[in-house]
Each structure stands twice: as structure tokens, then as C-alpha cells.
Design a protein. Sequence first.
Lengths: 115, 112
Amino acid sequence: AQSVTQLDSHVSVSEGTPVLLRCNYSSSYSPSLFWYVQHPNKGLQLLLKYTSAATLVKGINGFEAEFKKSETSFHLTKPSAHMSDAAEYFCVVSLRTGANSKLTFGKGITLSVRP
Amino acid sequence: DAGITQSPRHKVTETGTPVTLRCHQTENHRYMYWYRQDPGHGLRLIHYSYGVKDTDKGEVSDGYSVSRSKTEDFLLTLESATSSQTSVYFCAISELGFYEQYFGPGTRLTVT
């Protein structure tokens, strides 16, 4: 079985300060991992993906994430928050094993950015 | 942005009426999915398709049916809408099954 845990449901930062959104996963096999962003009243947009190549993955809009197998984590970071980063962020685990393939979404983290 | 459109974008309907939501893609991706998004539940898979006329159930399929007669179109039908089906519905597509997906803009459905 696989699962995704986003312990924080809401994170608030000041503009210009670092962003850390945490994601932990559980999977019996080597997973692929994704971060998506959803702005209000919009669909989900892919930020970045990990597919067993480099453990540090760079995405769009200055975001990056590091895959740490020993910690079963895939935390999303950004050095300096911008007001436009205010949105909901989803960590997603993909397990592709034929008939039992599955995509599991975390519950999401709402990021607020204070001026 | 991936070429995915959903129609209608907003709909209000009464309990007991049939409703059909349409997802259209211009990317020629094999896989298409319907999700619903509700506060506290995140995204939940309703049905998905792995080819023309090939569909399967997701985790919350009761009360929903789907059809895919062309690669580019995936329809979601609520045979008899209930208030519990008030939600935001998202269509997604992918080249590989249950992998990197691209999402449509969503349809907000209200059942009164």
C-alpha cells in the first residue's frame, strides 16, 4: 500500500522568506513523486517531478524538492516567497505496477504569503 | 498549458436530474481521468479511461458513469444527481497510466 502525508494543512510565511512544505510518503516500491500547485478556482499545475534520476529536482517558479529515501520525504522548498505563491500545494505519489497502478494525492497544504 | 477543456465550467441542477460533463483534449494522450475535489477529502478518482471504449472505476464511482467514444473526449454522467454530488470536478490526462497528469480547469457543479 502507498500513502502520502502532508502533516501541515496550512503554512504562512512573509514575502521574501523561505518556504518549506513537507511531504512524507509510504510505498513498497520505488515511487515517482510529484508536486502540484492549485491557485484559487484553477486546475492543478505540475510544479516538478522525481523519477529516480537526480534526487534534487528543480521545478517551475523557483521551487525545488529533494528526494530522501532514508527519510521517505520529498519536501518542497523555495528560497524566497512571492505573493503569487499563495495557493494550495499537493504532494502526489505514483506507483506503476501494472494492474495495481495507482496515483495517491496528499490532502494539500494551503500556503499564505504575508506582505 | 496542456490542451484540456471542460464544459460546462459551472452548472446548477436539481436533485434527480441527469447531468453530463465533458472533457476534451487536444494532446492525443491515451489516459483520461475524472476526479472530484471536496474540502477535507482532497482529490478522489471517480473513473478513468485507458483507451477508446476502455474505462474502469476509481475509488468513488457509485452514482457516476463514463464514456469515451473518441480519443479526445471523455464524458462523465450523473444519471440522477444528488446533493452529495455537489463538488468541483476535474478532468486529467496522461500519456502513461497513473503517472504525470495534466489537469483541466474544472467544473463547479451544484445540486440543489
